[in-house]
Write a protein that binds this ligand. Structure first.
Ligand SMILES: Cc1cc2nc3c(=O)[nH]c(=O)nc-3n(C[C@H](O)[C@H](O)[C@H](O)COP(=O)(O)OP(=O)(O)OC[C@H]3O[C@@H](n4cnc5c(N)ncnc54)[C@H](O)[C@@H]3O)c2cc1C
Length: 297
């Protein structure tokens, strides 16, 4: 059994390698750009370097092309990761397991993934060929000194041609890897009140996220900021939920946070069951005071 990891960003490498090493003796990586290739070189013994521009469908063909019946392909549980995972698994005629959060060795090796909005944990047996997506922040690997074989591969088979890459206008691309997140819910009364939330995020060095209705119904924030079952899954060290009730669909996206702080006027809000610190208070009083105190310190 061998693993092939497919990171899209250099900060995903350690987590994917950590997972792959727990399953397979040999781990190789696929690099789409120089930054990822440079980081991969400290972790894996073979790097497939994609030559030329490649879009997700072409990438899936490359992944399938360098895989065999003994391969476990490991991708991040992100939007791009899931697109490539589903296309590659079809091309490889392989099973797919998404959103893996753990590996258990109990006589046999099984993969764990949350189900029922995080209320349950599925344990799944597997055999290669297999395509897996892994949640960010669950695994970690140390770099290893070793000779690296560099194998150039041509991107073929895609029908979409990538013409250019440009940065997203919003900073939400960092939400999944952010160490601190300040998230707002329907407790925020007006879009104009986002100013104080931005101020708090700035002093904390945090990304701003939200519950689904804040993006979809109220349109206070862009849709790429919503967190939860149908939005982004996050795993920050600190998650501050301001005026968010904590419905299961929201909680499903924040369970990997290290510390959850909830500010809510309702002491019985469901989020209080998941929060490490609860402030039963009005966010309009808490946020400006927090900014004041943090600026002082
Ligand atoms: C298929 C499906 C998928 C979904 N996916 C998602 C998802 O991915 N992410 C998501 O978030 N939701 C999702 N939802 C919606 C989810 O069910 C909830 O409706 C939503 O999370 C509620 O958002 P909220 O907590 O902001 O609002 P509310 O539930 O209305 O809660 C507002 C909270 O603010 C508190 N509050 C009010 N004023 C203040 C104040 N001044 N200070 C402090 N606290 C205050 C209230 O006490 C309340 O607890 C999904 C729903 C469905 C059906």
């Amino acid at each position: 059994m061998r693993a092939l990891i497919v990171p899209f960003r250099s900060e995903e490498v350690s987590g994917l390698v950590g997972f792959a090493r727990s399953l397979a003796g040999s781990v190789s990586g696929l690099a789409m750009d120089k930054r990822v290739e440079a980081v991969l070189a400290s972790y894996v013994s073979r790097i497939y370097v994609v030559e030329g521009r490649v879009w997700l469908d072409g990438l899936a063909s490359v992944v399938a092309g360098v895989s065999d019946l003994e391969t476990i392909v490991v991708l991040p549980a992100s939007k791009s990761g899931h697109v490539v995972a589903s296309l590659a698994s079809q091309l490889m005629d392989a099973a797919i397991i998404t959103g893996v959060t753990g590996v258990k060795v109990d006589g046999e090796v099984v993969l764990e993934r949350p189900v029922l909005s995080g209320k349950g944990l599925a344990r799944l047996r597997f055999e290669p060929p297999l395509v897996v997506t892994v949640q960010h922040g669950r695994f970690r690997a140390e770099p290893r000194e070793a000779a690296v074989e560099r194998v150039p591969v041509k991107a073929e088979g895609g029908v979409v041609e990538l013409l250019k890459r440009s940065e997203k206008p919003s900073a939400a691309r960092g939400l999944e890897v952010a160490e601190r997140i300040v998230a707002v819910g329907r407790g925020l009364r007006s879009k104009d009140d986002l100013g104080m939330i931005e101020e708090l995020a700035a002093v904390l060095g945090a990304e701003i996220g939200c519950s689904r209705p804040v993006a979809t119904d109220l349109k206070f924030l862009p849709e790429d900021r919503w967190i939860g079952l149908s939005g982004k899954k996050v795993s920050p060290k600190l998650y501050i939920a301001l005026g968010i009730s904590g419905q299961p669909q929201h909680i499903a996206g924040i369970l990997d946070s290290k510390v959850i702080v909830a500010v809510n006027t309702d002491e019985n809000a469901p989020i209080t069951k998941y929060a490490d610190y609860i402030l039963v208070a009005d966010l309009y009083k808490v946020v400006p005071e927090l900014v004041r105190q943090l600026k002082k310190s």
